[in-house]
Design a protein around this ligand. Structure first.
Ligand code: CO
Length: 477
């Protein structure tokens, strides 16, 4: 390889977001993160992904933490490293479409509190659903020194007839025209196999000049090979996780990828000794999670069914728990086979939050009811009424008719029909507001945020929160 031009591959570390979301149900606390960030800040990562996805919901709901406070603490600790978040387009970090004013305010406050790189995606790859988040990010970006903030758009990767190389190439070009600074191939289910990664990256490179970042999961067992081929084909950045929280449903291990490229033109230049010290910090946390059952060894292996059924890891575990609840675990394989059929009826969208939950739940109902679409969830109706946007293929007209009757589906950008709602939310949660950002927590998760606000107030007035009567929702003050 002598004489080859050096092109060090950049690393985004996911241990503080996707890795613990994928392996331990997003339960890593801020207190667990803070002691190691000084060391992580010295690594020279391209960025550290630390916010978005389920972290926001889990912080408020399970950890009784203010996600905004976490972000500010991480920002204070990471003095040299860019912080990255995941943003679900018009769904922000929630599961529904929000009005533009909420999306814009969320972008503003995310950057203000310390996010440098916003990775924005839509579960249908309907670019209209990204428009507001991307333009708000570009507007906000100007308030900060040049090059500090970055707007990345992610393609939700999936397989299917409609998803040709030309489709991806054209979509990438449109993303560039929208004003994104970089593009991510977001392969949430680990469907992208090595040689197809070569073709895909080459196609995107032919379609756009933007840097390409790779994001995948180890679920199907091919992830590190996919990264290798993607980097050789020109991918600029890869998402990896520190080894104790890598592999399985998480990302390839950071140390392994660093070692893989050592001495090659793609040498990351990262210090293995420093990475080893960081891994030493996270290892007891992994062991503890294994002991407590929070980390199920099952999610750490290879699940080849993900390639057969194209179902992301998180969706598989949801499915199992839904069937368990209904005491119908023997229907597992029937449901797995129903998922691709429902996906087809729904216009063959990628399966990623929230479409993965919607398709998965509908598939469970179709099997358990013994008749397809006998019961249709509210969310399925919304999808078939166009309220999540446009899918790459048309909906199955019979299923659509059965689900929404004669209701006329919408064809415009769904958020065009949503009135501004920030002021309404402000009024609703006025009694709890202690910081500007609280209205955003409330907008996304009204009940969960209100519970958290009550808990916070009880803490501040020095009332023992364990005394709180959570059944009657009353806190002794
Ligand atoms: Co992911």
């Amino acid at each position: 390889m002598a004489g080859q031009v050096k092109k060090p591959v950049k690393i985004t570390e996911t241990v503080l977001r996707d890795a613990h979301q994928s392996l331990i149900a997003t339960r890593m606390t801020t207190e667990q993160m803070l002691p190691i960030i000084d060391k992580m800040d010295k690594v020279g990562y391209h960025s550290v992904e630390c916010w978005g996805g389920a972290t926001f919901d889990a912080s408020l709901r399970f950890l009784k933490e203010d996600p905004w406070e976490r972000l500010r603490k991480l920002r204070a600790g990471f003095k040299n490293t860019k912080l990255q978040m995941l943003f679900r387009g018009q769904n922000i970090l929630g599961y529904n479409h929000y009005a533009d004013d909420v999306v814009e305010y969320f972008v503003e406050k995310s950057m203000y509190n310390g996010i440098d790189i916003i990775r924005i995606f839509d579960c249908f790859n309907d670019l209209r659903n990204l428009k507001t988040a991307v333009s708000a990010s570009n507007r906000e970006k100007k308030k900060y020194p040049n090059g500090q903030k970055e707007v990345q758009v992610a393609l939700s990767y999936t397989l299917g007839e409609a998803y040709t190389l030309d489709y991806w190439k054209d979509t990438a070009k449109r993303i560039e025209d929208m004003g994104a600074d970089s593009i991510c191939i977001k392969d949430m289910a680990g469907l992208l196999v090595p040689y197809q990664a070569t073709e895909l990256v080459e196609a995107l490179k032919a379609g756009t000049k933007l840097p390409i970042q790779m994001h995948t999961h180890y679920t199907s067992g091919v992830a590190s090979m996919t990264y290798l081929k993607a980097v050789e084909a020109g991918a600029d950045i890869i998402d990896t996780a520190m080894s104790p929280f890598s592999m399985g449903t998480s990302q390839p291990a950071t140390e392994v990828m660093v070692e893989t490229f050592k001495g090659s033109p793609y040498d990351t230049g990262l210090d293995q000794n420093l990475l080893a010290e960081i891994a030493d910090y996270f290892r007891p946390m992994q062991e503890e999670a294994l002991k407590s059952g929070l980390l199920n060894p099952k999610v750490m292996g290879v699940n080849i069914k993900t390639l057969l059924y194209q179902v992301p890891g998180g969706m598989l575990s949801n499915l199992v728990s839904q069937l368990k609840e209904a005491k119908q675990e023997d229907k597992y394989y029937q449901v797995l086979e129903e998922i691709p059929r429902v996906r087809k009826d729904f216009g063959e969208p990628p399966l990623v939050t929230p479409s993965s939950q919607i398709v998965g739940t509908q598939a469970v109902l179709n099997v358990l009811q013994g008749e397809r679409y006998k019961m249709v969830t509210k969310e399925s109706k919304k999808v078939l009424a166009g309220e999540f946007g446009e899918t790459v293929k048309p909906f199955n007209p019979e299923v659509q008719k059965k689900a929404i009757g004669d209701t006329k589906p919408i064809t415009c950008r769904p958020a065009d029909l949503i009135e501004p709602e920030l002021e309404k939310f402000r009024k609703e949660c006025a009694e709890w507001i202690q910081q500007d950002e609280d209205v955003l927590s409330y907008a996304l998760f009204p009940q969960v945020a209100t519970e958290f606000f009550k808990y916070r107030a009880a803490q501040q007035s020095k009332v023992d929160p364990t005394l709180a009567d959570t059944v009657n929702k009353a806190y002794p003050v």
